[in-house]
Design a protein around this ligand. Structure first.
Ligand SMILES: NC(=O)c1ccc[n+]([C@@H]2O[C@H](COP(=O)([O-])OP(=O)(O)OC[C@H]3O[C@@H](n4cnc5c(N)ncnc54)[C@H](O)[C@@H]3O)[C@@H](O)[C@H]2O)c1
Length: 333
């Protein structure tokens, strides 16, 4: 049994702690949060700060506000603890660079919490696309149009840039697109109107990405729209978000197309005069956080992380480039 500490017991940290409790190979050794009431929900030793932990641990899961990730990841690695750092890896590239450097200097692994990479359906999508099932990927379109409850923004750190749907949600979609289509070489974006009156963060927008293969993708996003389209709604991966089962990612190539999460493959048409035939693939269910935790236990034993700090830094760099592009509003000619 690996002794795991969970740091931060908010929305996602509480789910990590439950995942550790439910896992056969892990024991919840301690929880860390300045909020004593949150610590009291778990019948294990609790600490107000990571620096106070005086127990032997085999690994740490950091689920704290993004601005704390760099300091806490470096502290954990310095104590000799492999770490899962929730996404985004850090609030800026300087923070990400400190984590990458600490990973290198300690020789200890960092797994970043881009948990979608651990899903069977995401891995099946990647295998289909990279295996040539749609020929050469040419273009992709992704939708993330959810409505977050107003109470979500009462938490102070979510009112600034780190609470934007780009930093919190699109960072996942960008990472899935990188996982499936490869590295990003170009970014453009345009912000939509502010409906909540947020000034320090975006609420909606349209993003364009170019990949080193020459493929391009668009992402339309909003956190003000109660639509059925978004990764969590489509896959049912998050118990806090209602499931619709609708597709939200469409990838077209020279030999066909695939939509996700239904994993519907469209093939067989030579050109637009012929109808492509649809074929569904079933990747089976995924316990996303459980699968990530199983992988983390293997990483502690020496397996390479599915997404280490350097790889997550690349996802963060694209995400921050989107934020920068959103801030530049161009006028129609
Ligand atoms: N992987 C995912 O799907 C997913 C989902 C939600 C959030 N996240 C990420 O997880 C992180 C946390 O997000 P959240 O929505 O759970 O936030 P949250 O505000 O709900 O929870 C953060 C928790 O950290 C605690 N905290 C604050 N300072 C601390 C400190 N110094 N030491 C220990 N704990 C401290 C707070 O008391 C709070 O309980 C963010 O980086 C976010 O981007 C990831």
């Amino acid at each position: 049994m690996k002794r795991i500490g969970v740091v931060g017991l908010g929305l996602i940290g509480a789910r990590h702690a439950q995942a550790v409790l439910a896992h056969d190979g892990a024991a919840l050794a301690c929880v860390v949060d300045p909020d004593a009431a949150l610590r009291a929900r778990f019948d294990v030793p609790g600490f107000a700060a990571l620096a106070d932990v005086d127990l032997p641990l085999d690994g740490v899961i950091l689920a704290t506000p993004t601005a704390l990730h760099a300091d806490q990841a470096c502290l954990a690695l310095g104590r000799g603890w492999p770490v899962i750092v929730e996404k985004p890896l850090a609030g800026d590239l300087a923070g990400a660079d400190r984590i990458v450097a600490a990973q290198a200097s300690t020789g200890l692994p960092v797994l970043t919490g881009h948990h979608r990479r651990h899903r069977a359906d995401v891995q099946a999508l990647r295998a289909l696309v990279q295996g040539g099932a749609i020929g050469r990927p040419v273009t992709a379109s992704c939708l993330w149009a959810m409505k977050k409850p107003d109470t979500y923004f009462q938490t102070a750190w979510r009112q600034g840039r780190e609470g934007s749907p780009v930093m919190l949600n699109l960072v996942h979609d960008i990472d899935v697109l990188r996982f499936v289509l490869g590295d990003v070489t170009g970014v453009q974006a345009m912000a939509g109107a502010s409906l909540r009156g947020a000034t320090a963060r975006s609420e909606s927008g349209a993003v364009m990405l170019r990949f080193d293969s020459g493929a391009v993708a668009s992402i339309a996003f909003a956190d003000t729209t109660p639509s059925p389209w978004g990764f969590e709604a489509g896959t049912g991966e998050n118990p806090n978000i209602a499931t619709t089962g609708q597709d939200m990612l469409f990838i077209a190539g020279t030999g066909g197309a695939v939509s996700f999460p239904s994993l519907t493959l469209w093939r067989g048409a030579a050109d637009w005069g012929e109808p492509p035939m649809a074929q569904r693939h079933d990747a089976g269910p995924s316990d996303t956080l459980g699968a990530q935790l199983t992988h983390f236990l293997a990483v502690i034993d020496g397996a390479p992380p599915l997404i280490d700090a350097a790889d997550a830094r690349a996802t963060l760099a694209t995400t921050l480039a989107v934020e920068t592009a959103l801030a530049v509003q161009s006028e129609a000619p």
